[in-house]
Each structure stands twice: as structure tokens, then as C-alpha cells.
Ligand binder design. Structure first.
Ligand code: NAD
Ligand code: TYD
Length: 341
């Protein structure tokens, strides 16, 4: 029997992980601990809300007293930390919340986890810690060269996990996922943002020349990768969870419009993101050696994702109101005014 605390489990990838784990491991108990920030959404957990082995607790990972109470109340022995501020553009506008959650929050979880005597601690991280890769594939021992406040905050969280492993002998593992897509992703990230905008015949603001490359991973494969590393990863090690599927942003944007049957003229080339990384690409060989396999091919995954947004307007229409519209205006209004077709 394991009692697993999943922090940030109401977000995009965390909720996919909870949905996967709760049904795959009825012998484990799961507590989702989430602050429910703008990106957290209890609707993402509706499919498991009535399951016997699932509980939800609202709280901040940087709130020491609250973390301690939950660890004790549920006799937690394992932590999987998805909680993060996760959007690069927001980190450029204001890094503050990123330091709070992605740096201080990880430290508090590690520190309270150690004092409570937990077993495994899995820190969910990102390929962005490696920074811009001109060519080839990032390997786990490559150096960190994060370029955005988001990437730097994630690198800091990882380094603290490493220090707790080396110094205090804590059992930590790290996953570094590549750009993830799928259902329930907050519509500020490229694929859900462009899909929902295109459904409404609105312009798609592509940064710079649209020739940046990302490596895309389907969310359920990401969730299964974290499961694999949690169960089979070696203590103190990091594992790349790479989609091994590199695409130009422009190519993805064109494909979204094709699948939706919308005109390519919705594309607008807008002024670039500051410090924009050109390319991410990782090798997944080390995670594969643990037995992790990709099960979704990009074409099928993208179509399934777009169909999900088409069929689940109830989920995203209520998000794209209020504060979301303020953020949209701040991020895109001026850019779109100086846009090129
Ligand atoms: P998300 O923004 O959808 O969800 C983040 C979740 O964390 C939300 O539910 C939010 O309410 C919660 N949260 C934020 N601050 C918190 C706090 N202080 N205390 C408790 N909960 C808090 O993010 P996501 O896309 O699901 O990413 C999950 C993790 O995976 C993050 O650590 C991210 O860095 C990492 N990651 C994401 C991607 C990607 O493409 N989305 C790729 C690789 C790694
Ligand atoms: P994003 O989904 O924000 O993920 P990340 O920055 O973590 O890679 O962006 C993916 C790519 O799409 C990235 O190169 C930036 C680009 N992009 C745009 O061109 N326009 C947009 O409006 C957004 C949100 C992203």
C-alpha cells in the first residue's frame, strides 16, 4: 500500500496522471493537493471524483503548515510534484509566482517531506532546463542553460531535489518532459490556444518566423512516463520523457487549421517572444531503458486533441472569460496590431 500525494494534480498533466494512477492502482491511495490557481481546474478531475482511493485537498505547496498537515493526516509516503507556474510568457511578464511555486514550493515539499520521513519524491521537470539546442539531442547529464524565468525556476527546483538527495539521502527522481499536448490543457499554450481561437475564426498570433522547433509528447504518454520513473527510476537520477517528434510551430499551426477546415489566412506573424528558445530536443533512451514506450503518434494525437476541444466547449468557454481576457489583451493586443500575414 502506498499513500501518494500528487501536488498540482488539478492542472493539465497532473490531472492526466491522477486519472491514470487512480484507476491503474486501486491498491494505492491518492491525495491531490492543489492551490487551484488560474490554471488549476477541478473539472479536470471529475472522471475520478467518486473513486474510493482519491481525495482532494486545496493548498499551496509553499505553505509549510498546510503541507505538514496533509503529509501527517494521510500518512503520505510518496510525493509526485507537478505543481508549478508553467507558462513561459507569463514568466516574462512577471516571474514572482514562478519563484514562489517552482523554487520555494519545491523546497518546502522536500523539507517537510524529509522531516515527515517520506520515501520517494518525484520532481516533474522540463526539457526547458537545457535551453536552446542547435542540433542533436539533450542527454540527462548535459549542462543546464535555462533562458526564461520559467526555465530557470524549474532548474532551481530540480537542483534543490538533487541537493536533498545527496545531502540528506532522500530518495528523489526527476522527470524532464518535452512539450506536452492533449485534452484539458489550459488554452494559453500553443495547441489549445490556437485550436480554440481557430474554432472562433480568430487570428493565430505566431511568434517571430514560426520556425521554432518543439518536441511534442501526448499527455497520456507523459503521465505513463512519470508512473514508470516513479516505480522503476533509480534514486538520484533524472529521466528525459521525450516525444521524439520535432515540429516547427508553423507546421503545427497549419495542421490545426487544416483539421478544423479553417483558412490559413488566420495566421498572423507577430513580434517574437523575448529570449525565445529556437529548438528543444531530447533523447528518451534512458527512460526507454526503464520500459517506457510512446503509444501515441503525433498525427493521431493531434486529431484526437482537436476533436476533444471541438466536443468539449463546456470545458474551455468558461475559462476564456474574465482574467483570461485581461491576459490575452496584455499579451497579444499590441502584437496583433503590428502583425504580418
Ligand atoms: P498547469 O499550469 O496546467 O498546472 C499546474 C497546476 O499546479 C495547477 O493545477 C495549479 O493550480 C497548481 N499550482 C500552481 N501553483 C501552486 C502552488 N503554489 N501550490 C499548489 N498547487 C499549485 O501545468 P502542466 O502543464 O500540467 O505542467 C505540470 C508540470 O509539468 C509542471 O511542473 C511543468 O513545469 C511540467 N511540464 C510541463 C510541460 C508542458 O508542456 N505543459 C512539459 C514538461 C514539463
Ligand atoms: P508554449 O505552448 O507556450 O510552450 P513553450 O514555450 O513551453 O515551448 O509555446 C510553444 C511554442 O509556440 C513556442 O515556440 C512559442 C510558440 N507560441 C507562439 O508562436 N504563439 C503563441 O501565442 C504561443 C502561446 C506560443
Amino acid at each position: 500500500m502506498k499513500n501518494i500525494l500528487v501536488t498540482g494534480g488539478a492542472g493539465f498533466i497532473g490531472s492526466a496522471f491522477v486519472r491514470h494512477m487512480v484507476t491503474t492502482y486501486p491498491e494505492y491511495n491518492f491525495v491531490c493537493y492543489d492551490k487551484l490557481t488560474y490554471a488549476g481546474n477541478i473539472d479536470n478531475l471529475l472522471p475520478v471524483s467518486d473513486e474510493e482511493n482519491y481525495r482532494f485537498e486545496r493548498g499551496d505547496v509553499a505553505d509549510r503548515a498546510s503541507v505538514r498537515r496533509v503529509l501527517q493526516q494521510y500518512a503520505i509516503d510518496t510525493i509526485v510534484n507537478f505543481a508549478a507556474e508553467s507558462h513561459v510568457d507569463r514568466s516574462i511578464l512577471d516571474p514572482d509566482a514562478f519563484i514562489h511555486t517552482d523554487v520555494v514550493g519545491v523546497y518546502i515539499l522536500l523539507d517537510e517531506g524529509r522531516k515527515h520521513g517520506i520515501g520517494r519524491f518525484c520532481q516533474v521537470s522540463t526539457d526547458e532546463v537545457y535551453g536552446d539546442i542547435d542540433e542533436g539531442l539533450s542527454l540527462e547529464d548535459d549542462r543546464f542553460l535555462p533562458n526564461s524565468p520559467y526555465a530557470a525556476s524549474k532548474a532551481s527546483g530540480e537542483l534543490m531535489a538533487r541537493a536533498y538527495c545527496v545531502t540528506y539521502g532522500m530518495d528523489t527522481v526527476i522527470t524532464r518532459g518535452s512539450n506536452t499536448y492533449g485534452p484539458y490543457q489550459y488554452p494559453e499554450k500553443l495547441i489549445p490556444f490556437f485550436t480554440t481561437e481557430a474554432i472562433d475564426d480568430r487570428p493565430l498570433p505566431l511568434y517571430g518566423d514560426g520556425r521554432q522547433i518543439r518536441d511534442w509528447l501526448y499527455v497520456d504518454d507523459h503521465a505513463r512516463g512519470v508512473d514508470r520513473v516513479l516505480h522503476a527510476g533509480e534514486s538520484g537520477e533524472a529521466y528525459n520523457l521525450a516525444g521524439e517528434n520535432q515540429r516547427y510551430n508553423l507546421e503545427i499551426t497549419r495542421r490545426i487549421l487544416e483539421i478544423l477546415g479553417k483558412p490559413q489566412s488566420l495566421i498572423r506573424f507577430v513580434p517574437d517572444r523575448e529570449g525565445h528558445d529556437r529548438r528543444y530536443a531530447m533523447s528518451a533512451a534512458k527512460a526507454r531503458a526503464l520500459g517506457w514506450r510512446l503509444t501515441f503518434d503525433f498525427e493521431a494525437g493531434l486529431e484526437a486533441t482537436i476533436n476533444w476541444y471541438r466536443e468539449n466547449e463546456w470545458w474551455w468557454r468558461k475559462i476564456k472569460t474574465g482574467d483570461y481576457l485581461d491576459y490575452y489583451k496584455h499579451q497579444y493586443a499590441e502584437r496583433l496590431e503590428s502583425a504580418q500575414r
